[in-house]
Design a protein around this ligand. Structure first.
Ligand code: DGP
Length: 210
């Protein structure tokens, strides 16, 4: 009998919402309860395309805005064979950012519409669950200064948050909003519960496409 497929679970949110911490805690909790799970993150800065993106984010290089959008998408596409293989093998993937960050960050720039921004990601594996870690810009500011990378300003992050709110209206995606202002443990408990429900039902459903 073929093994049950893993679930594709994505965490999204603006910077400082705690996505990376929560992804790591979720993978650990799933593994400890005997469920195969691995973390992935986008951008994946380890590939050749990822290195171009990393240099851009660190402001070591400048790239034209459409070009960089397509590179971020290509960075997701190059990992699709691995994503599919892991899911088929029964491993649940917990992904730190995905195509929704891609659309929210580029469409927050002047001159870009959601529709154009979504096109390159059409056909990517559709997550079984997307949890949006909700944190107001005021609360995010209390968590410390932004770093030095591109996009790390409160004005831009507010624009990104608005774009995420538009994306969350899409009923074809299983969005769940998580209150990220709670303690790390409370947020984790919420995320773990949502994830277990999804893992228990994902194997009855075919992996969809964006
Ligand atoms: P992180 O490694 O999670 O801190 O993400 C790096 C930065 O890149 C962060 O500011 C969000 C942004 N980002 C992530 N994915 C995309 C994408 O697909 N397109 C664009 N334009 N920006 C992205």
């Amino acid at each position: 009998m073929a093994c049950k497929r893993g679930a594709l679970i994505v965490l999204e949110g603006v910077d400082k919402a705690g996505k990376t911490t929560q992804c790591k805690k979720l993978v650990q909790a799933l593994q400890q309860s005997g469920r195969p799970a691995e973390m992935m993150r986008f951008p994946d800065r380890t590939t050749t395309i990822g290195q171009l993106i990393s240099a851009y984010l660190e402001k070591k290089s400048d790239l034209e805005d459409h070009t960089v959008h397509l590179l971020f998408s290509a960075n997701r596409w190059e990992l699709v064979p691995l994503i599919k293989k892991k899911l088929e093998q029964g491993t649940t993937l917990v992904v730190d950012r995905y195509a929704f960050s891609g659309v929210a960050f580029t469409s927050a720039k002047p001159g870009f519409c959601l529709d154009w921004c979504m096109k390159p990601d059409v056909g990517l594996p559709k997550p079984d669950l997307v949890m949006f870690l909700q944190l107001s810009p005021a609360e995010a500011a209390l968590r410390g200064q932004f770093g030095e990378e591109r996009y790390e300003t409160s004005v831009f992050q507010k624009a990104v948050q608005q774009k995420f709110e538009q994306l969350m209206k899409d009923p074809s995606v299983n969005w769940q909003v998580i209150d990220a202002s709670q303690s790390v443990e409370d947020v984790h408990e919420n995320i773990r519960t949502q994830s277990l429900n999804t893992i228990n039902t994902a194997h009855n459903q075919q992996l969809g496409e964006l």
